[in-house]
Design a protein around this ligand. Structure first.
Ligand SMILES: N[C@@H](CCC(=O)N[C@@H](CS)C(=O)NCC(=O)O)C(=O)O
Length: 206
């Protein structure tokens, strides 16, 4: 049996889709949540000076999306052909683009408060509805899933990232998107995910 060790900080963000996938796969994993205060000692030991990293039988994997796709392959959450795999990659990239737009504002340490407020308002009224409408339309054609009319690693990635984006925006981004709510609900109802969410440590969200 393989061993899995995920190293990331004690918050959801990029670690959470990997935690969701490992929980879905029903494998034991070491959830190594590091402290910011120790980060300077760990940074130099990682391939790009970044986390998450996932060690599988001692082999180091890095870069969140490729790790998720790798686990999706392991746990039968890929599409059935190249077109379906493109569709999954496509929604994952769209979620990532939106996440990065929100992060740029949420973690902006340089702009004055009034500029940050303007940028948050722009996110709420323009970028977020624009990106989510794209995903909502795709989900409306996929029977409660984000792609390929069945559960894929893209759904798990989405649900994990929505929680993180909700936290950054201090609200419920899915409020007006019925099909995306179904996608989220389908993931959160999975036994492995439910039991992980019940027992996960309280994150340090700053
Ligand atoms: N492209 C990488 C980005 C990883 C990344 O930005 N990690 C951040 C935490 S979310 C990090 O390690 N920050 C600490 C640092 O760069 O020193 C991925 O998708 O995994």
């Amino acid at each position: 049996m393989s061993t899995y060790k995920l190293t990331y900080f004690n918050f959801p963000a990029l670690g959470e889709p990997i935690r969701f996938l490992l929980s879905y796969g029903g494998v034991e994993f070491e959830d190594n949540r590091i402290e910011w205060s120790n980060w300077h000692q760990i940074k130099g030991t990682t391939p790009l000076g970044q986390v998450p990293i996932l060690e599988v039988d001692g082999q180091v994997f890095y870069q969140t999306i490729p790790i998720c796709r790798f686990l999706g392959s392991k746990f039968n959450l890929l599409g059935d052909n190249e077109m379906e795999n493109y569709q999954i990659d496509n929604v994952v990239q769209t979620i990532t683009d939106l996440r990065m737009k929100i992060e740029m504002v949420n973690f902006d340490k340089f702009s004055p408060p009034n500029v940050i407020e303007e940028k948050r308002a722009q996110l709420k009224s323009e970028s977020i509805p624009f990106f989510l409408k794209n995903l909502e339309d795709i989900a409306s054609k996929n029977d409660g899933f984000l792609a390929v009319k069945k559960l894929s690693w893209g759904d798990l990635y989405f649900a994990a990232m929505i929680d993180y984006m909700n936290w950054m925006m201090k609200g419920n981004l899915l409020e007006d998107f019925e099909n995306l709510k179904k996608v989220y609900g389908n993931v959160m109802e999975i036994d492995g995910i439910k039991s992980y969410v019940e027992k996960r440590p309280k994150p340090q969200m700053g």
